[in-house]
Design a binder for this molecule. Structure first.
Ligand code: HPA
Length: 274
C-alpha cells in the first residue's frame, strides 16, 4: 500500500478510537519519559494496535500514544520512539510525525539524550537545539514527494522555532535551570563515536551529538510544523573527558536531568501561543 494511504489509514484508526484533538505532539527521548506523569490522560493507544505503525522491537515494546492535557494544553505524547539504528527506515522512523500532523498538531516538541561536544557543557545539563547538522545517511524525504504533505524542497532556515527558544531561555533563567543553546548533529549510530569522530563533529560546528531528532524535525518542517527540541547531555565527548560509557550510564545521566527537562517543557508549552 502507498505510504500516504498508510498514513491516512493509521489516522482513521486513531480517530475511530478517540475524538481528542491534540495541538502539540511530544516525542520523548531515551530515559526521558517522566513528562507523561504530568499528563491528565484522556486516551491511550498502543503502537501495536495502530494500523501500519512500525512494528516494535523489544526496546520500544511498550510504545504508545498518550492523549491528554498538559496544564491547559492538549497534547499527544509518543512514549517510545523509533530510531534508525533499530533497523527502521527513515519513512518508518517519521511515520508517527505524519500521523500526528493528520491528527491536527500545530507544533512538535522533542527531547533526546546526546553527547556533549562543547567543552563548556557539563553532564546532565540541558541544551535547547537552535540548529542541526544532518549526518544520517538516509533522508526521510527521499523518493516521490508527498505533495499533499509539503513541498519537494523544504526551507530549513528556521528548523527550530526562535520564539520558543527565546521563551525557554527566559524560563530557564527564572527557574535556575542550567540551559545551553546549540547545534545538534544527528548520526546513524548505534555505536558511539571514536575520539577522532567526536573531534570532527566539534570542528564542523556541533555542540551535541545524538542518533535521533533530525529526521522527525525534517518531516515536521516539510509540513510547516514549528519544532522545539531539547537535548539532555548524558556524556562528555571533548578532549580529556572522553571515557568509556555504557547505555546504563547514559540513562542514569538522563534521569538526573529529567526533572529539569520536564519542568522546562511544561512551562514552554504553557507559555506558548498557537
Ligand atoms: N554519541 C551519540 N549519541 C549519543 C551519545 C554520544 O556520545 N550520547 C548519547 N547519545
Amino acid at each position: 500500500m502507498e505510504y500516504l494511504s498508510q498514513i491516512k489509514e493509521a489516522t482513521q484508526y486513531i480517530l475511530s478510537q478517540t475524538d481528542f484533538k491534540p495541538d502539540y505532539g511530544v516525542i520523548l527521548g531515551t530515559g526521558l519519559g517522566a513528562l507523561v506523569n504530568d499528563v491528565q490522560i484522556v486516551h491511550e493507544i498502543n503502537y501495536e494496535d495502530i494500523l501500519h505503525f512500525p512494528l516494535s522491537t523489544v526496546e520500544s515494546h511498550s510504545g504508545k500514544l498518550i492523549f491528554g492535557h498538559l496544564g491547559e494544553k492538549r497534547v499527544v505524547v509518543m512514549k517510545g520512539r523509533f530510531h534508525y539504528y533499530e533497523g527502521y527506515n527513515m519513512k518508518e522512523v517519521t511515520f508517527p510525525v505524519r500521523v500526528m500532523k493528520m491528527l491536527g498538531i500545530k507544533k512538535l516538541i522533542i527531547s533526546n539524550a546526546s553527547g556533549a561536544l562543547n567543552p563548556a557543557y557539563q553532564k546532565s545539563e540541558l541544551m535547547v537545539i537552535n540548529d542541526h547538522i544532518n549526518m544520517q545517511t538516509e533522508n526521510p524525504l527521499t523518493g516521490k514527494n508527498l505533495d499533499e504533505m509539503g513541498v519537494r524542497f523544504p526551507d530549513m532556515s528556521e528548523p527550530y522555532e526562535q520564539s520558543m527558544i527565546d521563551t525557554a531561555m527566559q524560563i530557564a533563567e527564572k527557574e535556575n535551570i542550567p540551559l545551553h543553546q546549540g547545534v545538534y548533529v544527528g548520526v546513524n549510530g548505534p555505536n558511539l563515536e571514536t575520539r577522532a569522530e567526536y573531534h570532527m563533529l566539534r570542528v564542523i560546528g556541533a555542540d551535541a551529538v545524538g542518533m535521533s531528532t533530525v529526521p522527525e524535525n525534517i518531516v515536521a518542517r516539510q509540513m510547516d510544523i514549528p519544532v522545539f527540541a531539547v537535548s539532555v547531555l548524558t556524556d562528555l565527548c571533548y578532549p580529556g573527558h572522553i571515557q568509556k560509557i555504557s547505555v546504563e550510564e547514559v540513562i542514569a545521566a538522563a534521569m538526573k536531568a529529567e526533572p529539569y527537562l520536564t519542568k522546562l517543557i511544561k512551562q514552554v508549552i504553557a507559555a506558548d501561543k498557537i
